[in-house]
Design a protein around this ligand. Structure first.
Ligand code: 1QQ
Length: 395
């Protein structure tokens, strides 16, 4: 009996969320979709995104939610491939009836899944999509992850400051992934702009495990710097094999290896990798201090970029919902109207986030790109036994 009762109450709540968000005395929580990689190889980064989003949910609900009404994150695993992220988006849009979606993890997935949200007129915030062309997918797509074109060259400059005689560069990239193709273009352009010598370019697949051929070709040109664009598992394995086969020079890694989750793969050989950052735990602001304190309490270390960006994505949704609700009560809007108005609102706002103050570009066909001033570079420092490591900020 009581079980039936609770089921029907749950169903009533679901129907209510699904239909017009009617003005009830106790309005149900506002559902915001989160679809990041909770399974597959990219879950190494995705788990940091889940945590950042959960901290944001707790944090903003504690601070009054959306003018008194709580938000509820609806997690739908986006996996590490395109079909899984497309399914997740469709579920969030049509079944969970979310007001907007934060996701997916990879640019490769965004190019596949975001068009479904664009057609359904559902706002999407990319938490970690850094390839060129993401906001251009459509009117309902924006991102809080600064593009590689802005962030990545900083790591090459940092390498040049460490090695003043740096000249010869070898570049490797995963050619079956949209983000890595975009990132390597930026890196290769930076090498040319900085008047370095691009001695060799080697390609691989994100599914590769043996990089002997590529590493041999790299060692043959005797580079001072190796720049790698890969995802977490392949990228870390490539670093490990470079060191195993005797490379002793500097390594710049891309956003794909921007997580402590690579430490168990390359262990002590992760030491020294330079990685550009769109977030620094040292950034001074009230919201970053609060975010950092909650994260540190849970994880006993400073928050990583992927967590900070995920927190920021949820913050943008919450603050845009608050602003919209003040102009025109969202409880009176049907879901389709709310989604469209939310997108309009979020793109026009300015947000004081752990990433710094951010806003979005606007204009027909050009909206949704993050405008962010801060960019940093960190270097991985591993304990000699390879069990533990940290990101040390050098810029
Ligand atoms: C992208 C990325 C990845 C490294 C995120 C996990 O930056 O796919 O755009």
């Amino acid at each position: 009996m009581s079980r039936h009762l609770s089921v029907s109450v749950a169903m009533a709540a679901f129907v209510l969320v699904g239909g017009a968000l009617a003005g009830f005395a106790a309005d149900p929580p506002i559902p915001i979709g989160v679809s990041v990689a909770q399974t597959g190889p990219v879950a190494l980064a995705g788990q940091e995104q889940v945590l950042g989003a959960q901290i944001a949910e707790e944090f903003f609900n504690k601070h009054g939610g959306v003018n008194g009404r709580p938000i509820k994150l609806v997690f739908q695993d986006g996996g590490s491939d395109e079909p899984t992220s497309i399914n997740a988006f469709q579920n969030l849009i049509n079944v969970a009836k979310v007001v907007g979606i934060m996701g997916p993890s990879l640019s490769q997935q965004a190019f596949a899944a975001d068009p479904f949200a664009v057609r359904a007129k559902v706002p999407v915030i990319g938490p970690s999509n850094t390839a060129k062309g993401i906001p251009q997918i459509g009117e309902f797509v924006s991102r809080v992850s600064a593009p590689v074109a802005i962030v990545a060259p900083n790591a090459v400059k940092a390498a040049m400051e460490i090695d003043k005689n740096l000249k010869k560069v070898a570049v490797l990239y995963a050619q079956n992934d949209a983000f890595n193709k975009s990132e390597t273009e930026t890196f290769q352009q930076a090498v040319k702009d900085l008047k370095l010598d691009l001695a060799t370019v080697q390609t691989f697949q994100t599914t590769d495990t043996d990089f002997t051929a590529q590493v041999t070709n790299v060692l043959n040109v005797k580079p001072d710097l190796v720049i790698i664009s890969g995802l977490q598992v392949d990228g870390a394995n490539l670093v490990k094999q470079l060191r195993d086969l005797g490379y002793k020079g500097l390594i710049v890694g891309g956003n794909g290896v921007n997580t402590a989750a690579i430490f168990p793969i390359c262990k002590a050989k992760c030491d020294g990798i330079l990685i550009a950052q769109a977030y620094s735990p040292a950034y001074k602001s009230r919201v970053n201090d609060e975010f950092k304190a909650v994260y540190k309490d849970k994880q006993k270390k400073d928050p990583p970029q992927f967590s900070a960006q995920a927190f920021t994505g949820i913050q943008v949704f919450v603050e845009a919902l608050r602003a919209l609700d003040k102009k025109s009560p969202i409880a009176k809007m049907d879901l389709a109207t709310l989604r469209v108005e939310l997108n309009r609102q979020l793109i026009s706002g300015t947000y004081d986030t752990p990433l710094g103050e951010i806003s979005f570009s606007t204009g027909p066909g050009m909206g949704g790109e993050i405008v962010q001033k801060q960019a940093y570079v960190a270097q991985i420092k591993m304990d000699p036994d390879g069990a533990k490591g940290t990101f040390v900020f050098v810029k």
